[in-house]
Ligand binder design. Structure first.
Ligand code: GLP
Length: 270
């Protein structure tokens, strides 16, 4: 696992956005062979989306031939609800770039048959040839997408009940009223993320420090579902200094040194 440590959230967001843009550009995607990008919601990727919009405006990247699959969506709130992940993605990202509407895939939390919706989503990912790069964030308890502690580490897209911690954390978006937070969601599984050719997880701030420690220094555990990324062949954790506060000084130095050495050997290493 590659651990990239940036001094602050802005630098982290710039790094991730440049990495994503570079991957898209290097793939030279076409309509017939698009670049397939997995995307998260939440505050962690917001800065990345802002930077990607900027890169698009500067004509340094185009998402014309990019197909996206979002990680998750609440069950039972309308797509135009300001806290739905549909609304989040269009409002914060898709409306500002050149991605064709039909290239965007987000789970439908209002589908009549939720199980079918989840199975169809997996099939659609398979049919397009899999996800090239899956971006993710994590909750303070180390959950990825809505794979709460105790989720199967080989799970695929399905309906999940949210944990009390997540409902509480997300209540800040629902007038701080726990009752308004949906209790279930559709989510890709840990296995769905593991199936991607590459995974990049954004971890920012003190509130994620314990989770980062578990992912980097702890073992693989279903109680910290993102820790499964230790088993991925090409996983990057991109974090800021604040998130590293629970890591050992030695660990931080070790990963910073690796990046420095690799940067000297491979000059254009992003
Ligand atoms: C929700 C989402 C996750 C996201 C997490 C953290 O639980 N389902 O995909 O990673 O929130 O959000 P934030 O980045 O705002 O801390």
């Amino acid at each position: 696992m590659r651990i990239v440590i940036q001094p602050n959230y802005r630098a982290l967001s710039k790094w991730v956005a440049n990495y994503v843009a570079d991957k898209i550009n290097k793939a030279r995607p076409t309509k017939d062979k698009p670049f397939v990008l997995g995307l998260p919601t939440g505050s962690s990727p917001l800065g990345t989306y802002e930077e990607l919009i900027q890169l698009y405006k500067e004509e340094q990247v185009s998402l014309q031939n990019v197909v996206t699959f979002n990680m998750d969506e609440y069950v039972g709130i309308s797509e135009d609800h300001p806290e739905s992940y549909h609304y989040f993605m269009w409002h914060n990202f898709f409306n500002h770039i050149d991605i064709p509407r039909e290239n965007v895939n987000i789970l439908n939390g209002n589908a009549a048959d939720l199980e079918k919706e989840c199975n169809d989503y997996e099939e659609k990912i398979k049919a397009i040839g899999g996800i090239d790069l899956f971006l993710g964030g994590i909750g303070p308890d180390g959950h990825i997408a809505f794979n709460e502690p105790g989720s199967s580490l080989s799970s695929h897209t399905r309906v999940k009940t949210l944990s009390y911690d997540t409902i509480l954390a997300n209540s800040r978006f629902f007038d701080n009223d726990i009752k308004q937070v949906p209790k279930t969601a559709l989510t890709v599984g840990v296995g769905t993320v593991m199936d991607a050719a590459e995974v990049l997880i954004i971890i920012s701030g003190f509130s994620k420090a314990r989770a980062l420690r578990q992912v980097v220094e702890g073992g693989i555990s279903h109680m910290w579902t993102v820790s499964m990324m230790q088993m991925h062949q090409k996983a990057i954790i991109a974090c800021d200094d604040h998130a590293t506060m629970e890591l050992q000084v030695e660990t931080v130095k070790y990963f910073k040194d690796i990046e420095k050495i690799a940067g000297n050997i491979i000059p254009d290493l992003e």
